[in-house]
Design a protein around this ligand. Sequence first.
Ligand code: 13P
Ligand code: SF4
Length: 311
Amino acid sequence: MNAAIAKLQPSLQDQILALKKERGAIILAHNYQAGDVQDVADFVGDSLGLSQKAAQSDAPLIVFCGVHFMAETASILCPDKKVLIPDPEAGCSLSDMITVPALRQWKAEHPGAVVVAYVNTSAAVKAESDICCTSSNAVKVVESIPKEKEILFIPDMYLGSFVREKTGRKIHLWPGYCGVHSQIPADLVERMKREHPGAEVLIHPECGCLTPQLMHADQILSTEGIARRPAESKAREFIVATETGILHRLVKTYPDRTFIPILGGAVCGYMKRITLEKVLWSLEDLQVEVKVPAEIAAKAKRAIDRMMAIG
Ligand code: 13P
Ligand code: SF4
């Protein structure tokens, strides 16, 4: 294409913004999305924030730039809206670590226990659970459960062990983990702290580095907590222990601070399946709709609503 014609062609961003307006759609993007996708979104946030935004919005169409379980949650909360995911293959290896038959079996071994499901689970697994949580409200959710109750925490063992340490509750852990966050070991955090003595460490609770010492010494936060923490911290430098997509928002929001990713390879391939081209295609073809069967959605919604009531 010659330069003059290329100049006449609106950019992908402009095409997305125009079509979004025409369709009356909103674009929600998770903090791990590629920077250019975050930049066309109406709202960028963590799992909880995205669910809340979906529920509050009156737009008839939601383009969900995140992974499949997140779009499912939005669809369950907004049954009258069309929820699209630009790539249905954007899954989550952590959510795949627990299935309905495996959970039923575990429940049978612990009759009377309360099942707390991290939102990184399929709708079908949520439907078998008592209450959901995200990384930002997991401690509050567990504290809301009567003290005498045993708890089955699914599927992330690192988040579960963090909640167990914080609440002192009897929590059984499902041995699931995120392939991205579990690669971040405690000795790497210690080494980075020695190399950057003035830096504050911001850690997502799915990280494999979560030893009891770290849980008490450092900031353990959801992605939204990490994105907001510099505003209230005196530190000028931050070591960021989570998926690297969040660096885009951090650098953009706090240009006067320095952010050091703890592991350059901490990239979620599922999140990065969403591209600007696919966002545009999704808006053009109104594909791919995420719909949860009514019976599963109704049961999963109970567990999600109980969490949303806690905040
Ligand atoms: P947040 O809820 O903190 O955004 O985390 C979601 C997630 O998938 C982290 O890997
Ligand atoms: Fe799932 Fe891990 Fe990707 Fe989060 S970073 S969406 S837990 S695979």
